[in-house]
Design a protein around this ligand. Structure first.
Ligand code: GLC
Ligand code: CA
Length: 558
C-alpha cells in the first residue's frame, strides 16, 4: 500500500459555535480556536476539522452557506482565519474545513437570482420543476421533515431541497455549477487548507425523473434517501470533483457517506478512491429508528461489537475509515454506547481506547477528551436544532405524550453534542462571559478541562497518553498499518482485538460487562503499554487475564 501523509494522523472536530467565545457575544469564534491550538497540540492532534464557518443565516447551524468565500461575522474575519492557518502550520497541524456542496442557503446569490428569474440561467443551478396535478413533483420527505419540494412564489414551479427548505439542492448535472464549485474549492486549497470533510455528498446524484416511492410514514410521504439509494452514477460526479480539485493538492478528504451501495467501498476509499477516507457510521446506525428517533432501538453490546468488527474486517481490505464515537449530529457517545454503570471515567477511557486503537483515522469530537455526556433537557424550548424540533413533532404525531417526546429528544438530540465546551468550573463553564447561544450542560462543574488538567488520572490526561501511545515511535507503525484481528468474540461483555504486523502483536482488551471477566492469553505478556487502572498494572495469573468491569488494557504479546 502506498503511504499517504494522513495515514498516521489523529484528527479533532471543532464545532466553532460552541468551542470558545472570546468577545462575550455567547458564540464561539476563531480567536477562541486560535487560543486553544496549544491545548490541541498537547492532546496530540494533527488535523483539525472545522464545522462550517462560512457566511450563513444559520438555519442549520452553518450547513446553509450564503457565501462560500466569506467567513461568518459571528466567527470573525478572513484575516483571523488566515492567522489560524498560519498558527496551525507553525505547530505542524493541518486545518480542514467542512465542504457543503449538495446544497447552499436560500440566501446565496445564486438562489436569489434563480428566484428572481425561475426560467433563467441561475434556475438551472438548482432543481426547479412543475408540480403534478396540483401536487409537488414527487412525494419525498426531506431529512428534516415535510416535503422536499417548496413552491416558488408566484409561479407553478417548485424547487427541490433534501434538507430544510432554506437549503436548496444544487444541480450537479449543470457543468457551469460544477465549475463554480471547483473554483471555490481550489481557492481554499490555494490558501493552504489541507483538505475537507465533505458534507452529505452522496445526495448530489438525483434521479431526474424524481419517481414517487411507496409512502412510509403517517404523513403519506416517502423518505428521500430512497431516491438516493435507487439511482446510479454518483461515482462519475465524485471522480470529476476529485480530479478537478483535491488530487492536484494531495488534499485529505473525508466523506460523510450514508446509503452507499454495499460493493462500492473500494471505489470510495481504495487506493484510487473518490475520497481519502469516509466515516464509519455503522455503530451509530444501529440505533436508527425505522420512522424516527421515537422508535430507535436500544443499543445491544453484542450487536455493537459485531458491527464494529465487521466494518474493520471489511475496510482493511481496501483502505481506511475514519473512526468516531460522536460528532455534531449525534448524541454523546459516552451516553449512547455505555450502559449506565459504565458512564464513569473508567468506562469513558475504555470506550476511547477501543475507538482510538481501531484501524483507521481517529476523529475526536470536542469535549470527548474530557468525557462530556448528554445534557438534561427540561423543555423543548431549550433546544435549538432544526431536526430535533422535527423529531419531536413526528413523535407527537404517532401518539407520544409531550413528556415522552421530550425524553426521546433528550436522548437523541444533536444538541447534546452542541452544548458549549466545558473549560472551567466557573460561570458558563468558561465558554463565554455573555449568554451562551445554547445552554451549558449542568455537568460542567464536575466535568471540565481545568479540573482535569490538575488530576493525573483524569479522562483528559488518559486521552493524552492514549494518543501519544498511538503515535509513539514503537507503536505508530502497528497502530497505523497493522492488521485488525478480533479475539474473544464469544466472551460476554468483552471487546478485544489484536493489531498485528511482522514485528509486533498488540492486544487491546476491554470489559464492557457489569461483572469481572477472565480471558486466556494466547502467549505471554511482553509489555503492558496502557491500562485504565490507576496504578497502571494488570491482573494476570499465568495465562489468565482478569478484567474488572470497565477495565481496558493494551498489551504487547510475545
Ligand atoms: C450533514 C451535517 C449536518 C447537516 C446536514 C445538512 O449531515 O453533518 O449537520 O444538518 O449535513 O447539511
Ligand atoms: Ca464570540
Amino acid at each position: 500500500m502506498e503511504k499517504k501523509w494522513w495515514h498516521d494522523k489523529v484528527a479533532y472536530q471543532i464545532y466553532p459555535k460552541s468551542f470558545l467565545d472570546t468577545n462575550g457575544d455567547g458564540i464561539g469564534d476563531l480567536r477562541g480556536i486560535i487560543s486553544k491550538l496549544d491545548y490541541l497540540k498537547k492532546l496530540g492532534i494533527d488535523i483539525i476539522w472545522l464545522s462550517p464557518i462560512y457566511k450563513s443565516p444559520f438555519v442549520d447551524q452553518g450547513y446553509d452557506i450564503a457565501d462560500y468565500y466569506a467567513i461568518a461575522e459571528e466567527f470573525g474575519t478572513m484575516e483571523e482565519f488566515d492567522e489560524l492557518l498560519a498558527e496551525a502550520k507553525k505547530r505542524d497541524m493541518h486545518i480542514i474545513m467542512d465542504l457543503v456542496i449538495n446544497h447552499c442557503s436560500d440566501k446565496h446569490e445564486w438562489f436569489q437570482k434563480a428566484l428572481a428569474d425561475p426560467d433563467g440561467a441561475f434556475a438551472d443551478y438548482f432543481y426547479f420543476r412543475k408540480g403534478k396535478n396540483g401536487n409537488p413533483p414527487s412525494n419525498y420527505r426531506s431529512y428534516f421533515g415535510g416535503s422536499c419540494w417548496e413552491k416558488v412564489p408566484g409561479t407553478d414551479k417548485y424547487y427541490f431541497h433534501m434538507f430544510a427548505k432554506e437549503q436548496p439542492d444544487l444541480n450537479w448535472e449543470n457543468p457551469k455549477l460544477r465549475q463554480e464549485l471547483y473554483k471555490m474549492i481550489n481557492w481554499w486549497l490555494e490558501k493552504g487548507l489541507s483538505g475537507f470533510r465533505i458534507d452529505a455528498i452522496i445526495n448530489i446524484k438525483k434521479d431526474l425523473n424524481f419517481p414517487d416511492f411507496a409512502p412510509d410514514g403517517k404523513d403519506g410521504l416517502a423518505s428521500c434517501w430512497k431516491m438516493v439509494e435507487s439511482v446510479d452514477g454518483v461515482g462519475k460526479l465524485l471522480e470529476d470533483l476529485k480530479k478537478s480539485t483535491f488530487e492536484k493538492y494531495d488534499a485529505f478528504t473525508v466523506g460523510e457517506v450514508f446509503n452507499m451501495k454495499p460493493d462500492e467501498l473500494p471505489e470510495f476509499i481504495g487506493e484510487t478512491g473518490h475520497f481519502s477516507t469516509i466515516f464509519d457510521f455503522s455503530a451509530h446506525t444501529l440505533t436508527d429508528g425505522e420512522h424516527g428517533w421515537y422508535d430507535a432501538p436500544k443499543l445491544e453490546f453484542a450487536k455493537w461489537r459485531a458491527t464494529i468488527i465487521q466494518a474493520q474486517l471489511e475496510t482493511q481490505k481496501y483502505g481506511f475509515k475514519a473512526n468516531i464515537i460522536e460528532n455534531h449530529d449525534e448524541p454523546r457517545g459516552a451516553s449512547r454506547f455505555l450502559p449506565s454503570y459504565a458512564q464513569t471515567p473508567d468506562g469513558i477511557k475504555m470506550l476511547g481506547t477501543i475507538s482510538l486503537l481501531l484501524r483507521g483515522i481517529p476523529f475526536i469530537y470536542q469535549g470527548q477528551e474530557i468525557g462530556m455526556r448528554n445534557a438534561k433537557w427540561n423543555s423543548m424550548e431549550e433546544f435549538d436544532d432544526i431536526s430535533t424540533k422535527d423529531q419531536y413533532h413526528t413523535a407527537r404525531e404517532v401518539g407520544l405524550s409531550d413528556q415522552e417526546a421530550l425524553e426521546v429528544c433528550s436522548r437523541m438530540s444533536r444538541d447534546n453534542a452542541r452544548t458549549p465546551m466545558q473549560w472551567t468550573s466557573g460561570e458558563n463553564g468558561g465558554f463565554t462571559k455573555g449568554t451562551p447561544w445554547l445552554k451549558v450542560n449542568p455537568l460542567f462543574k464536575d466535568v471540565n478541562v481545568e479540573a482535569q488538567e490538575q488530576d493525573p488520572d483524569s479522562v483528559l490526561n488518559y486521552y493524552r497518553k492514549l494518543v501519544a501511545l498511538r503515535k509513539s515511535d514503537e507503536l505508530k507503525e502497528v497502530f497505523t498499518y497493522g492488521e485488525f484481528l478480533p479475539e474473544y468474540e464469544n466472551v460476554d461483555g468483552v471487546m478485544a482485538f489484536y493489531r498485528k504486523d511482522e514485528s509486533k502483536c498488540i492486544l487491546v482488551a476491554a470489559n464492557f460487562g457489569k461483572d469481572a471477566a477472565t480471558i486466556k492469553l494466547k502467549s505471554e505478556i511482553e509489555k503492558v503499554w496502557l491500562s485504565n487502572r490507576i496504578d497502571g498494572t494488570v491482573d494476570c495469573e499465568k495465562d489468565s487475564l482478569n478484567l474488572r468491569s470497565c477495565e481496558v488494557v493494551v498489551l504487547e504479546l510475545e
